[in-house]
Design a protein around this ligand. Structure first.
Ligand code: PMP
Length: 401
């Protein structure tokens, strides 16, 4: 008899479970468009050249050791990460109002942010978009916040429900936390325009709400690190406070190294100093301190003018390949005369296309065409290549006709 006799078999994670099902499939034409990880035109995982170079430098530096990092990680990594998202000339950084903690990628940064807010912020409710990344609800609720939703995506237009979003924010209680995807909204690929961001900013500031940015795709959406940071910087420039969770999983291809950062942009240096001290109390009993390797890679790349320059080139090449896949898929559907309007494939941005395919159509494509994706019809464009686009187009065509 086991102390755990009562346990029920838990379902696979809705996103990571797609890969498990894919791995079991024996078909030579099988295609995994579930998980959001970049693949080369040959369908292979990609380690950036600048990452290899940084690793070689780190390994050959015999003065390095394996001592524990401080609770909030590598100080230069933290400074450089904040500068990357907030901008070279950010007033908040200049005024020393930002505190940053190296955390376990985007997820860990969100979780630490949630626990910090649950402990120290007056409001315990966070509003997240419908739909959003599947893990958000669990990260925030287990982090101690109550989760509510605001309207975001309009299935009719396959675009932003801007009016619905503003209405929901206006009728939410003052002061609540609002989660915003900094760019390349996951899963919809639909972002507000700069003008719409300004409207969102005005509502959030007028209601004294606390914006919490999730920045998992900086540089991956447009190919430009600055363009993709626009929304965050808009909110920082007005002098108000916010939180930012950054991930280096996608833009530096460091998925499994778990490198990210949580920044608190505070109203003054004195608040930031106290917030930093409290962040340490949140982190210490969770995992003591973060791992060395991935953050050292990021600090090396961000801190070296040449490596940084090369990184922006590699990043743009990845973003461009994804954008090319959008055009190839769109053209392939047009060539097949597939019923429906598929313009959203080229309009949406970032790693994913929210196809609008139903759960039944997704099941059909998996069963008949060995194409794997999340059941909400989200496909990872980064998992496509010019060789596999025709097969996907055939599958979509068959599913909708
Ligand atoms: N937020 C969003 C919106 C994401 O899409 C992801 C990655 N899928 C993450 C956060 C976190 O990813 P990671 O923990 O691997 O950095």
């Amino acid at each position: 008899n086991s102390a755990f006799q009562h346990l029920q078999q838990a379902p696979d994670d809705p996103i990571l479970g797609v890969t498990i099902a894919y791995n079991k499939d024996q078909s030579p034409v099988k295609l995994n468009l579930g998980v959001g990880a970049y693949r080369t035109e040959e369908g292979k995982p990609y380690v950036l050249r600048v990452v290899r170079e940084a690793e070689e430098r780190l390994i050959s530096d015999r003065s390095r050791n394996k001592e524990y990092l401080p609770i909030t990680g590598i100080p230069t990594f933290n400074k450089l990460s904040a500068k990357l998202i907030l901008g070279e000339d950010s007033p908040a950084i200049r005024e020393r109002r930002v505190c940053t903690a190296q955390c376990l990628s985007g997820t860990g940064s969100l979780r630490v942010g949630a626990e910090f807010l649950a402990k120290h912020y007056s409001q315990k409710t966070i509003y997240i978009p419908t739909p959003t990344w599947g893990n958000h609800t669990k990260v925030f609720s287990l982090g101690g916040l109550q989760v509510k939703n605001y309207r975001y995506y309009d299935p009719r237009t396959r675009g932003l429900d801007f009016e619905g979003m503003l209405q929901d924010l206006r009728s939410a209680p003052s002061g609540v936390v609002v989660l915003l995807h900094a760019c390349a909204h996951n899963p919809t690929g639909v972002d507000p325009t700069p003008g719409q961001w300004e409207g969102i900013r005005q509502v959030i500031r007028s209601k004294n709400m606390l914006p919490f940015f999730d920045s998992a795709y900086q540089g991956f959406a447009s190919g430009s690190l600055d363009v993709d940071a626009h929304a965050v910087r808009l909110f920082v420039t007005d002098g108000g406070e916010c939180l930012v969770a950054q991930s280096f999983a996608k833009n530096m291809g460091l998925y499994g190294e778990r490198v990210g950062a949580l920044s608190l942009v505070c109203s003054s240096e004195s608040v930031a100093t106290r917030a930093d001290s409290q962040l340490k109390l949140v982190i210490r009993p969770m995992y003591s301190n973060p791992p060395i390797h991935g953050a050292s890679i990021v600090a090396t790349v961000l801190g070296d003018r040449n490596l940084y320059q090369e990184w922006t080139v590699e990043l743009k090449a990845m973003a461009d390949r994804i954008i090319r896949m959008r055009h190839l898929l769109y053209e392939a559907l047009r060539a097949r005369g597939t019923p429906g309007n598929w313009e959203h494939i080229i309009k949406q941005i970032g790693m994913f296309t929210f196809t609008g395919l139903s759960k039944e159509q997704v099941n059909f494509m998996t069963r008949e065409y060995h194409v794997y994706m999340t059941s909400d019809g989200r496909i990872s464009m980064a998992g496509l290549s010019s060789k596999t686009v025709p097969h996907l187009a055939d599958a979509i065509h068959a599913a909708v006709t």
